[in-house]
Design a protein around this ligand. Structure first.
Ligand SMILES: NC(=O)c1ccc[n+]([C@@H]2O[C@H](COP(=O)([O-])OP(=O)(O)OC[C@H]3O[C@@H](n4cnc5c(N)ncnc54)[C@H](OP(=O)(O)O)[C@@H]3O)[C@@H](O)[C@H]2O)c1
Length: 376
């Protein structure tokens, strides 16, 4: 074992993460078992299944468009492959042009009749997100497509082991996992609203949100986590990850509430998807011997899934009918469970929303971007 791994294993944070994350995952499976004891033991087809491409094609609009962030690896790449096979025109949004073109080639080769486009975007930069929006709109108009998007999957995410600041001045993990998704969703809302068939937003969150307790947070505190600073005690990476996934969940429920309860019932559904534990590159920043050990232990406990199995909840959410808005998909086969009690706190979600919007407006003004966040 190397020195870095040794240091991590000796920290309280590591053991807190190992114990709490395992308990949170097991608790999610217990909820699943209690809710649907029979479905827990036998495979059955997804109950909630909706085929937007049929409606879209019937209206002569061609394939429905699905944007997947972080589509170059793990769950995002597997979801892209699956949705391309289900009749979507897949738009991959990722950081690396090389990885994007590799995955586009792979999907074109593996999926018959696939339509895939790729755009470079860094979710940890407001400027890059704005550029992506302009490039996407240009592509829609150049390709003669209907000026709309049917599905947005906010999947990109990192588990950063060290504290790094983005060009916007925020913690990289918080901006990538939460604020970037908040910004992208807000600027793409007009395209999602413009869809002639019901459209949806799927936010890929995690069972680790259960580790955030009500005593720990209020809306202001959550926004302070955008500015996490390294201290002499080191960077509490597991807590920042939990907070980022918790924020994404609060945002999911708040957007659902705003679209469906405050405004008249809307045709955009907003859904959370939790893949469970999946063997991907998410732990790439942890010492390799520790991530290997963690995956081995999870495999032994039969909790580790392949990306193809892990995307069950994501694809279920992507294909769910409009009435599934505001639900939390977990476990595949169309199943849903309740997320943590704290995640349904409306006051907290509203405070987080207001503060996040202020951060975006500030970045927008400072960078002289043309984002319009005045809709709310
Ligand atoms: N794996 C699990 O057990 C698990 C469990 C619960 C939730 N999740 C969530 O599932 C999502 C996908 O993770 P994964 O497990 O598939 O991990 P992964 O294999 O590491 O994939 C993460 C993807 O996000 C992209 N990404 C990272 N930072 C980005 C940025 N700033 N801008 C644009 N794209 C960025 C990565 O692109 P690059 O290739 O350029 O780095 C990669 O395509 C994450 O949100 C994660 O939190 C995963």
């Amino acid at each position: 074992m190397d020195w870095e791994a040794m240091e991590m294993v000796c920290s309280v944070d590591f053991w807190r993460m190992a114990v709490l994350w395992t308990l949170s995952l097991l608790y999610s499976y217990v909820l699943l078992m209690l809710k649907e004891p029979l479905s827990f033991f036998r495979r059955r087809p997804c109950r909630l299944s909706y085929t937007p491409h049929l409606g879209s094609r019937l209206r002569g609009l061609g394939k429905p468009i699905c944007i997947i962030t972080g589509g170059t690896s793990g769950l995002g790449a597997a979801a892209a492959r699956s949705l391309a096979g289900k009749g979507y025109c897949v738009v991959l949004a990722g950081r690396s042009p090389q990885l994007l073109s590799k995955i586009v080639d792979e999907i074109m080769e593996q999926v018959e009749d696939a339509e895939v486009e790729a755009f470079v975007v860094d979710l940890s930069s407001t400027q890059s997100i704005m550029k992506f929006k302009s490039a996407l709109e240009q592509w829609l108009s150049d390709s003669g497509s209907h000026f709309s998007v049917q599905l947005l999957i906010n999947n990109a995410g990192i588990l950063a082991a060290t504290h790094r600041l983005t060009a916007d001045g925020y913690d990289q993990m918080m901006e990538t996992n939460y604020l970037g998704a908040f910004c992208l969703t807000n600027i793409l809302l007009p395209l999602l609203k413009n869809s002639p068939v019901p459209s949806r937003i799927v936010n890929v969150t995690s069972f680790t949100h259960r580790c955030v307790s009500s005593a720990q947070v209020n809306g202001g505190d959550l926004v302070k986590t955008m500015y996490y600073l390294s201290s002499s005690k080191g960077y509490p990476f597991a807590r920042v990850y939990e907070d980022s996934k918790f924020c994404l969940l609060l945002f999911t429920y708040e957007l659902h509430r705003r679209l469906h309860m405050i405004q008249s019932p809307h045709k955009i559904s907003v859904i959370a998807a939790d893949p469970g534990v999946v063997d991907t590159k998410i732990m790439r920043e942890l010492p390799p011997c520790l991530s290997r050990l963690a995956f081995k232990a999870l495999l032994y406990l039969r909790l580790l899934q392949t990306p193809e199995a892990g995307i069950g909840a994501v694809v279920d959410a992507a294909l769910a009918p409009p009435e599934a808005s505001g639900l939390y998909f977990f476990g595949g086969q169309g199943r849903t469970i309740r997320s943590s009690a704290t995640s349904y706190n409306q006051k907290l979600a509203d405070e987080l929303w207001t503060s996040s919007l202020q951060l975006l407006c500030k970045a927008n003004a400072e960078l002289k971007l043309d984002g319009d966040f005045s809709a709310w």
